[in-house]
Design a binder for this molecule. Structure first.
Ligand code: GLV
Length: 329
């Protein structure tokens, strides 16, 4: 029996790629940059499976160009690049890669929190530019974490892992904003669910872990930054469009908040001339939160398993739209 035809939009770790190659007639896009849209549309036309990245827009147009498509397996926990409703009505399964990147992403949020709070990147630039002349009592003064208040926006797996580190490591108090109560956060971390305004006003550190949708897009705007403390450190490892970036730059530039650490931007990558990259107090990383060996290998394995399950009519290991049910192609 011929193997099902699939398109994989980038080279992913071998742990997953081996499984995909063994079970499928796979074409793998070998370039560093994503396949251009017209290429992607052409490639999926005859495929039963697509292994996509968060940089690939998987919308109704693409699905209509792929009449045999049974499964879209995203190599990411986030799936805002996929029109899940459009997939569900067409009987297409959608998979993602949760859990295996929780710790790596939480560690990245902490890395950015510390780097921004201690002005590490500005200080590093200063040292490299030979501006370091002596030990300065008033130079490079940052914020402490011990005993401060952490505000988590989106208390899911990753938000909880960040809060757990902050509670256990620095004895921080934890506030969170979410559509639902997290009993485990309340019980294990003494966390308190509050409304967004209270979180913005009371937190010394704010870390974003919400899904990106119409209710969260642009939620961190000038009005939100004005509600924060002038000592606040803002961290985003979720998705760039949560933040109105020009408002964030202005907030840091004018001292409305103290600093920001971003693993995600809007767009990605930012224009090299964007003041986001040159404003003191803003630390930017190129969307690398899940970039550890363990995490990326785990993501590759789940993405491969999701793809193979989607092709063979089995339940996906991490299934975004199980409601597709009997409509499944
Ligand atoms: C990365 O941003 C992911 O969603 O996995």
């Amino acid at each position: 029996m011929p193997k099902p035809k699939v398109f994989v939009t980038r080279i992913i770790p071998g742990a997953g790629l081996m499984k995909v190659r063994a079970g499928c007639d796979a074409e793998i896009w070998p370039e560093q940059l994503p396949p251009p849209r017209e290429v992607l549309l052409k490639k999926v036309a005859t495929c039963e499976g697509l292994l996509s990245l968060l940089t690939d827009r998987v919308d109704a147009e693409l699905m209509d160009a792929a009449p045999k498509l049974k499964v879209v397996s995203n190599f990411a926990v986030g799936f805002n690049n996929i029109d899940v409703a459009a997939a569900t009505v067409r009987g297409i399964c959608v998979g993602n890669t949760p859990d295996v990147l929780t710790d790596a992403t939480a560690d990245m949020a902490l890395t950015l929190m510390l780097a921004a709070a201690r002005r590490l990147v500005d200080a590093n630039r200063y040292a490299l530019a030979a501006q370091w002349k002596t030990w300065e009592p008033l130079g490079h003064v940052g914020q402490d974490l011990v005993g401060k208040t952490l505000g988590i926006v989106g208390m899911g797996r990753i938000g909880f892992a960040v809060a757990k580190r902050c509670r256990g490591g620095w004895g921080m108090s934890v506030l969170y904003h979410d559509v639902r109560t997290s009993e485990i956060a309340d019980r294990e971390l003494g966390a308190r669910r509050v409304d967004l305004d209270a979180l913005l006003a009371q937190s010394d550190f704010i870390s974003v872990h919400a899904n990106l949708d119409d209710t969260t897009r642009g939620m961190f705007n000038a009005a939100a930054f004005r509600k924060m403390k002038p000592t606040c450190v803002f961290v985003n490892t979720a998705r760039g469009p949560h933040v109105v970036q020009r408002d964030l730059i202005e907030a840091v530039r004018t001292g409305t908040i103290f600093a920001a650490g971003l693993d995600v931007t809007d767009p990605e990558p930012p224009n090299p001339a964007d003041p986001l990259l040159s404003t003191p107090g803003i630390v930017v990383a190129p969307h690398i939160a899940s970039a550890t060996v363990t995490s990326r290998n785990g993501m590759a394995q789940i993405a491969a398993d999701n793809l193979l399950a989607g092709l063979s009519g089995k339940p996906l290991r991490a299934w975004v739209n199980p409601e597709v049910g009997p409509r499944r192609r």
